[in-house]
Ligand binder design. Structure first.
Ligand code: NAD
Length: 497
């Protein structure tokens, strides 16, 4: 029987279901981007609160804004907003739980006016977003709002006060805020939950810049009155596969058109900067509410994200294809921990309430979870966005303070070696990078000029001029060429022992 309010009482006892009366829910958070991550994270935290008898008036109204969102919205509508969240434990155990916090769904392309009305409605107190990093229309070169992006042209030209309907999240939010302002009402809070540093600040800058092109007074009002809290979010949520759907039906008898799978770990550090519209008591569900998200963000970027880079290229070159294979290999696990302890962590400010040693060990365990099946190809993609944002700042800080840089130098060298486009078995590597041509040309040139890759100032600043760094980098690159990734790590490990 397909999942719905009617059938939920008949589910296998091993499947947790909402302990609250869903007819009592009132939706006051409108969410754009009802993808996998939102359903594994924010919706799950709200469901946890509801199970404790709290936040029944903070249910979700999920909105699909893009044409391809029709399928998820139709699926959820047919299931009364219910879906199954399946936690995948490292030992292979599945822990399914039906989430009930989505009380309404809307598909914007069918009736955009209804979405503006819903956002303008006093019941709407928070608008939350998981619209991907690219959804914020940040120009990669200038860092400013990209008013030339094709997707935003219709909303830039539209006259919302004259009755035109928006087509993008920018248009919906700004049109509704304008109506609230004109009616003398309080705005809602805009809460970005996307994976980008300073996500609230970025959302604020981009949305206000869009508004300014339409109406400077509205932009000023938004700057003064609309809260955009920052947050750090973390939970690995891979794309749901047909096997996931089949396994849930076979092992637990739950017929769910689109369940979500995720790892056991979850974290949400949220800036407590909500306006008069208020917020749910998130802290009661384990969300860390803080004054400043920056230390937590740095911790994630310099430990989790930089470690992903530390395992990706070295692992790939030595023949692995999945993150868990690398993290389960003691040689690599030791290397990851050493990078985090000696080079990543010393550059962090104090991170209140976090046991860094525990966090580092837990990271290696999370990476080693075989059920998540994260591919090294995914982690190796878009390196030219990642290494400069995640690892180069660690190197710079350690050069400044006299800290260690050897392991980071090896990671940068492993990217340079990977970008040559052939692995150690002689197979071609499909390098995926928006700067692919440039980085591959530089990697090809390092046969004659070993510093060729490092000389790219857009990516590395002046690192090629800093002798302490180039000494370590050249030694690492030479070893990768002569001995390969595994032997290079073995030599390092023997040396440290
Ligand atoms: P997903 O593809 O399952 O869902 C993304 C949703 O956003 C879809 O509904 C899509 O239509 C919508 N969307 C995309 N671009 C949009 C736009 N411009 N305007 C409006 N809606 C748009 O992806 P996901 O796994 O849910 O990830 C979404 C985001 O969540 C990521 O980009 C990241 O910022 C954040 N995140 C994901 C993970 C993860 O492990 N998946 C972990 C932490 C954070």
């Amino acid at each position: 029987v397909p999942l719905s309010d009617k059938t939920i009482g008949d589910l296998d006892a091993r499947v947790a279901v909402p302990a609250y009366d869903r007819s009592k829910l009132a939706a006051s958070i409108v969410h754009f981007g009802v993808g996998g991550f939102h359903r594994a994270h924010e919706a799950m935290y709200l469901d946890a609160l509801m199970n404790q008898g709290e936040a029944l008036d903070w249910a979700l109204c999920g909105v699909g804004a893009l044409p391809h969102d029709r399928r998820i919205i139709d699926t959820l509508r047919a299931q009364d907003g219910l879906y199954t969240l399946v936690v995948k434990h490292p030992d292979g155990r599945l822990e399914p739980r039906v989430i009930g916090s989505i009380a309404e769904v809307m598909f914007a392309p069918d009736d955009p006016g209804a979405v503006v009305d819903r956002l303008t409605d006093e019941r709407t107190r928070i608008v939350s977003l998981t619209i991907t990093e690219g959804g914020y229309l940040v120009n990669q070169v200038t860092g400013e709002f990209d008013a030339k992006d094709p997707s935003i042209q219709a909303d830039l030209a539209a006259d919302f006060t004259g009755g035109d309907s928006p087509t993008t999240v920018f248009g919906f939010i700004v049109a509704a805020l304008d109506r609230r302002r004109r009616q003398g009402r309080a705005p809602f809070t805009v809460m970005s939950c996307d994976n980008l540093p300073d996500n609230g600040d970025v959302a604020k800058r981009m949305m206000t810049a869009f508004a300014r092109l339409k109406d400077p007074e509205l932009a000023d009002w938004m700057e003064s009155y609309v809260p955009f809290p920052n947050c750090m979010v973390d939970r690995i949520t891979p794309v749901t596969t047909p096997e996931d759907i089949a396994r849930l039906a076979e092992e637990f008898g739950v017929e769910d058109g689109w369940p979500v799978v995720c790892e056991p770990f979850t974290q949400w550090v949220l800036e407590d900067a909500f306006g008069e519209a208020g917020r749910p008591p998130f802290e009661d569900a384990g969300v860390q509410l803080v004054d400043d998200v920056v230390p937590y963000e740095l911790m994630k970027l310099r430990l989790l994200n930089a470690s992903h880079q530390a395992l990706a290229y070295l692992g790939y070159l030595s023949g692995y294809r999945y993150a868990h294979e690398v993290a389960q290999d003691p040689l690599f696990a030791t290397f990851l921990l050493a990078y985090m302890e000696r080079e990543g962590s010393p550059t962090l400010p104090e991170v209140p309430g976090v046991d860094l040693d525990g966090y580092r060990r837990q990271l290696v365990e999370r990476f080693a979870n075989p059920e998540v099946r994260d591919t090294l190809a995914r982690l190796c993609a878009e390196s030219s966005d990642r290494i400069p944002k995640w690892l180069v700042p660690v190197i710079r800080e350690n050069l400044r303070t006299g800290g260690e840089i050897e392991l980071s130098a090896l990671v940068v060298a492993s990217w340079a070696r990977y970008a040559e486009g052939v692995d150690e078995q002689g197979n071609a590597i499909d390098v995926v990078d928006r700067l692919k041509d440039k980085v591959m040309a530089a990697a090809a040139a390092q046969k004659d000029d070993p510093l060729a890759f490092l000389r790219d100032r857009d990516l590395f600043g002046d690192l090629a001029d800093v002798e302490r760094f180039t000494t370590a980098y050249l030694a690492a690159l030479k070893s990768l060429h002569e001995k390969g990734a595994r032997e290079t790590l073995e030599a390092w490990s023997n040396q440290t022992r």
